[in-house]
Write a protein that binds this ligand. Structure first.
Ligand code: GUN
Length: 301
């Protein structure tokens, strides 16, 4: 707990604690598999080009696989790879019995259709949950891969036992990666769902007014510090999905990661708040690891 959150009696939703709990469970599962003579789950990550943020995310995915005892393979291509070559590489992984999960880090260079790539991944290995078959299953409430960031947020609600039933939830952002699936999960008939959900986006009018009625606010805008205390209902749970690199000459790497939420301001009003970094980002990895285990356990279905 930071001095500020103690002072404000605000609960810090510390992703280090909740992600470690998920990883500890997976470590036990992997140990049991190995004791029974089975191989561990195997995630294959494809990284095209050398976008700085993508490099960091993929490196973290690979590192976290090792931490829980999963096998991982990182396959790199330069940003001139053709769509056809990439689709052939994915098809090889689809047919590789020793690979359980496939993740192609987005964004991709402009000569490659992201949608074609997403649809080329076998739905049974689609640990991102982006394939239309899996997205459709999620909407209809059938078991499937849940996109890692929304999954991570739900796992965080579970860890901190955040009551969601009957609450007004506002999700800012309608992407297929975060906002859309999160709105589906929060409105679903699940223990950490059953909310009345409003989705906001770039054409939303009266954003401040809508946010100020939210018991649960999930923000995935990518505009650092935009969410201020005057937009928050007293006692709201605020989940910050923003991860923007902001130049900072005093920082080691020349930038800092900033969330959508003005943390110190919003902490004076929220009952619970995620930090950035150290919040949802860590839970995204936890969600991906859970999906990789799910792919391993359900590969014949
Ligand atoms: N780029 C940003 N977020 C994600 C993600 O969750 N999965 C993949 N594959 N790429 C991303």
């Amino acid at each position: 707990m930071t001095a500020l959150s103690y002072f404000c009696k605000m609960k810090l939703l510390d992703g280090k604690l909740s992600s470690q709990a998920v990883k500890d469970d997976l470590i036990v599962q992997v140990k049991e598999l190995k004791q029974n003579g089975k191989r561990p789950p195997h995630l294959a990550c494809i990284l095209v080009g050398n976008n700085g943020a993508s490099e960091t995310y993929v490196a973290s995915k690979v590192k976290n696989c090792a931490e829980v005892g999963f096998q991982s393979t990182l396959i790199r291509y330069n940003d001139e790879i053709s769509e056809e070559e990439l689709l052939i590489a994915i098809n090889k992984l689809n047919n590789d019995e020793a690979v359980d999960g496939i993740l192609v880090q987005l964004p991709l260079p402009k000569q490659i259709s992201e949608q074609k790539v997403i649809e080329s991944i076998s739905p049974t290995k689609d640990v991102d949950g982006f394939h239309p078959i899996n997205a459709g299953k999620l909407v209809q409430g059938f078991p499937t891969f849940i996109p890692a960031t929304p999954y991570g947020m739900i796992l965080m609600f579970e860890y901190f036992d955040i009551d969601t039933k009957g609450k007004n939830a506002v999700v800012i952002g309608r992407s297929n990666i975060v906002g859309r699936p999160m709105s589906v999960l929060l409105s679903g008939n699940y223990k950490y769902g059953n909310c009345t959900v409003t989705i906001c986006h770039s054409h939303t009018k009266n954003l401040e007014e809508i946010c100020s009625k939210a018991d649960i606010l999930v923000t995935a805008i990518g505009n650092p510090g935009m969410i201020k205390a005057n937009m928050i209902k007293q006692g709201a749970v605020v989940i910050d999905v923003g991860i923007t690199r902001v130049e900072d000459a005093t920082a080691l790497r020349g930038f800092r990661i900033k969330g959508d939420v003005d943390f110190d301001d919003v902490a004076t009003k929220a009952s619970a708040l995620t930090p950035v970094p150290g919040g949802v980002g860590l839970m995204t990895i936890a969600g991906l690891l859970k999906n990789t285990m799910y792919a391993y356990l359900h590969k014949d279905q």
